[in-house]
Design a protein around this ligand. Structure first.
Ligand SMILES: *Cc1c(COP(=O)(O)O)cnc(C)c1O
Length: 395
């Protein structure tokens, strides 16, 4: 099997599993308990808070553990909306956010908030000037993702952060795809709220965090206990949190090496697909791009059909079309960067990890090339296109 769907989830690292195991067996104490068994759980949660914070330049007490990236996004946006409703009801976001952000904004819209969904350019970049012109006196939040999960484009976060700070508007970023993949510093980048998730960075599923800058007073997400400094109640998921901490520590250790390796594999894969498969288009920015992200559209090919062909060859990949959303609508991200419905349906996302090899990518290139050829042979549109091509050549 060749796993190229690391933007959907990652394999847990062995050291992460090791870090979690004691909390499923011997160390079962409640982290709030006074006796030794509870103290050991509490200590693990504290260590994890330090490790997760360290990866983004945050203090441990600015990290609030959640059930994942989705909850962190919901919390950040809903809590800012609720806390500052008397100051204003306008939020700025982009058209290419993850559904956890977009659908939260849509929910608020139905409750009287006004949301500006910014356009992006053909590479998927949000323009800082557009953020600036969307600002109003009643704007309470800017929420722009750090890096896009489909096309890998990395947004100008530091510039947006600086604008937000200058204009006294809170800035949230969904950094689920960037956390542990590219360097992040919440101080330098002037980020007030940041969402991250463990399972996208070789940690366990079901745990993530919201970074809340100290001094940013937003309402709690869950009521009912003193956990997470009374802002996210509920007995801690100690094993999951310990796993998240171990994943963050590992990510910090390997980040530079991982980044270098993935970028080289990525650029090689992009170059080869571009040279070996005709009528394809790279989606997303060529250089301002997540180290492991490759996303192509192939004309006259259905993304779903391509995925099935790849699956038959043991390759796990994803497409920006139907399967992710469970509907037949093409990806909102691909439409936002200006692709036609046809091209948006013909997309393929290959997301690498540091564990992928050149030999695997050789197989992937060959398989994609063959599958695209085969699917085009079955496409009436492709047949017409080729007829016209040869007519033109004869003139
Ligand atoms: C995966 C992902 C999420 C959701 O995180 P979960 O931990 O799976 O809830 C949110 N935003 C982005 C950009 C993601 O890639």
């Amino acid at each position: 099997m060749i796993y190229l769907d690391n933007a959907a989830t990652t394999q847990m690292a062995p050291e992460v599993l090791q870090a979690m195991l004691p909390f499923f067996s011997d160390v079962y104490g409640n982290a709030s308990a006074v006796y030794g068994l509870g103290a050991r759980a509490r200590q693990a949660v504290f260590e994890a808070r330090k490790q997760v914070g360290a990866l983004i330049g945050a203090a441990p007490e600015e990290i609030y553990f959640t059930s994942g990236g989705t909850e962190a996004d919901n919390w950040a946006i809903k809590a800012v909306a609720e806390t500052f409703a008397d100051r204003g009801k306008h939020i700025i976001t982009s058209k290419i956010e993850h559904p956890a952000v977009l659908q939260t904004c849509e929910w608020l819209e139905r409750r009287g908030y006004e949301i500006t969904y910014l356009d992006v350019d053909k590479d998927g970049l949000v323009h800082v000037e557009d953020v600036e012109s969307a600002l109003r006196s009643d704007t309470i939040l800017i929420s722009i993702m750090f890096a896009n999960n489909e096309i890998g484009t990395i947004e100008p976060i530091a510039e947006i952060g600086s604008l937000a700070r200058r204009r006294h508007v809170l800035f949230h970023t969904d950094a689920v795809q960037a956390f542990g993949q590219v360097p992040i510093d919440v101080e330098d980048m002037q980020i007030d709220l940041l969402s991250a998730s463990a399972h996208k960075v070789n940690g366990p599923k079901g745990v993530g965090c919201l970074y809340i800058r100290s001094g940013v007073k937003i309402h709690p997400f869950l009521h009912g206990g003193p956990q997470e400094r009374s802002r996210r109640a509920g007995t801690e998921n100690v094993a999951g949190i310990a796993g998240f901490g171990a994943a963050a520590r590992r990510a910090a250790r390997i980040l530079a090496e991982k980044q270098k390796r993935e970028m080289s594999l990525r650029d090689d894969l992009i170059r080869r697909l571009e040279s070996e498969v005709p009528w394809c288009r790279l989606n997303g920015h060529r250089s301002r791009r997540l180290p492991g992200n490759v996303n192509f559209s192939f004309s006259f090919v259905e993304g779903e059909a391509l995925l099935i062909r790849l699956d038959m060859a043991g390759i796990c990949a994803s497409s920006g079309s139907a399967c992710t959303s469970g509907s037949l609508d093409p990806s909102h991200v691909l439409l936002a960067i200006g692709l036609s419905h046809e091209l948006a349906h013909g997309s393929l996302r290959l997301t690498l990890s540091e564990a992928n090899t050149k030999a695997e990518l050789d197989i992937v290139v060959e398989t994609v090339k063959k599958a695209v050829e085969l699917l085009r042979q079955m496409s009436p549109l492709y047949e017409d296109f080729m007829k016209n091509q040869s007519l033109e050549e004869n003139i």
